[in-house]
Write a new protein. Sequence first.
Length: 641
Amino acid sequence: MKGKYYITTPIYYPSDKLHIGNTYTTVVADALARFKRLNGYDVFFLTGTDEHGQKIQRIAEKKGVTPKEYVDKIVASIKDLWKLMNISYDKFIRTTDDYHIKAVQDIFKKLYDKGDIYKGYYEGWYCTPCESFFTETQLVDGKCPDCGREVEWTKEEAYFFRLSKYQDKLLKYIEEHPDFILPEKRKNEMINNFIKPGLEDLCVSRTSFTWGIPVSFDEKHVVYVWIDALSNYITALGYGSDEKSLYEKYWPADVHLVGKDIVRFHTIIWPIMLMALDIPLPKTVFGHGWLLVDGGKMSKSKGNVVDPVILSEHFGVDAVRYYLLREIPFGSDGNFTSEMFIKRINSDLANDLGNLVSRTLTMIEKYFKGELRKGKFEGEFDEDLRRVALEVPVKVEKLMDDLKVSDALEEIWTLVRRANKYIDETMPWVLAKDEENKDRLMGVLYNLTEAIRIVSILISSFMPSTSVKINEQFGFEGTILTWEKALEFGAVDALLVKRGDIMFPRIDVEKKLEELEKLNQQKEAKKMVPIKPEITIDEFDKIDLRVAKVLEAERIKGADKLLKLKVDLGGEERQVVSGIAKYYEPEKLVGKNVILVANLKPVKLRGVDSYGMILAASTEDYSKLVLGTVDEDIDAGSQVK
């Protein structure tokens, strides 16, 4: 083993669905973890879920379940997604795990006993979705600077963590460890926007909700979610427990891979926590960019969320992984459109890689009945292909060490494209016409096979399933697929190939875009209309709902949508105007028991008085409407409760 390598993603906040932007972080971490394993490192890859906080408690209350019941269901779906995306994590931590809760309580107590946590009162602005406190000056247009949502003014007893005490020490550490915050622009943001202007002590407990880890010595307080969540990187390894072998082996972390929006927590709060606990800091916190849709960050509220499950079903998991890893440059933002995605699949996967594999296999089967052995190696074309094949793995290793994942894939594709060019240069189909060129033809196909073998090893970290398919069709196995053999040209002795299905069929862009558009329209049609603001039981009690029997119904002249109804309320008859003429023939309504809002203030519609409103359910686009009725006969005028 070359050494240990500990890589983490942030632990994800449970939401109803992770979009492809969230998926990006985990796919990148997986590619790095797989590459390091291939390269001979002892790897530990951690991911998980951050399950406490006021937002979770509020959602659970609205759904009528406990917070734990709510997060259990969401966590199961997240694990299913990681399985689909072929994520090779070594541990999945949940902040509701018993060992984590105990360790966080111990961490909080240690910091309190040391004097770095003290009790006071918090009064200020709080963003519930981000679980973050902000000063007046940090707000942007009076809203959360991170997510742009409304903030709440909060005042409550709280414990505080002395961030200000460690400001100079943290700044000195960052300046002396240039790789601690990457890329460089993230480091400059943290220093100039947060540290140098002055750190304020951080509120680290709440009393206004209960869904969190109780402070062990003051249980009316729960631990602030970021102290809770950030601690996972060490509690997952056994810190704070009797079994610390993983902690002693893997800490400090080699890479915390996080989105640029949470770099502040990981490069200010987290390192100061570790300093206060006398624990070494992680070697690197890398703040990657976002995958943008139409120039903006993906968000449910914007309606621009891209579902990785749907993409995987249509294009395959490895195609999704490839796009994510290829499209976001080192530390910058990337873009997603369905058209860009499909064109990238066609150009890089179908035309370049898929075509290279298919052509080579076809020629080996056609000219040599699938049997491959070493042939003549001669000339500048052979030597140049060999040179590129041996240079690429060395360059890829350096790029992956520097976390330049997109650049590493581009480097691999220089070999894919060079091999395709080699086919055009050597023209195997011409060589096949003359029996005297048989050894040379075998040599050309052997060289192509060796280039593909090296490509297969290199892409195994990025597109594991595709690598397996290539290996199966060419018969690559065993020691010729190790990292050491990626640095050697000529490792194959003899093979029997067997061509399979085309790995990446070329996609009709226009046809597929139309198909995806129809799918999106269906999803939009099925999307639930947002629920209106909550009302109290007293407010609801003001609404008087009654069963009303329809006695008469007729159309209102000049009003295509309106019907005039006479209804019986059990001793009282009323006239009601209802906009249901497009959905019901008047004569078919007579005798129905409908539900009437009986105490609605009278209105005049098209000159006709209406004393109440009949309830109905409709789709959002009003393509369908159904009257609210009672399913058994009951006296007219009965209250609906």
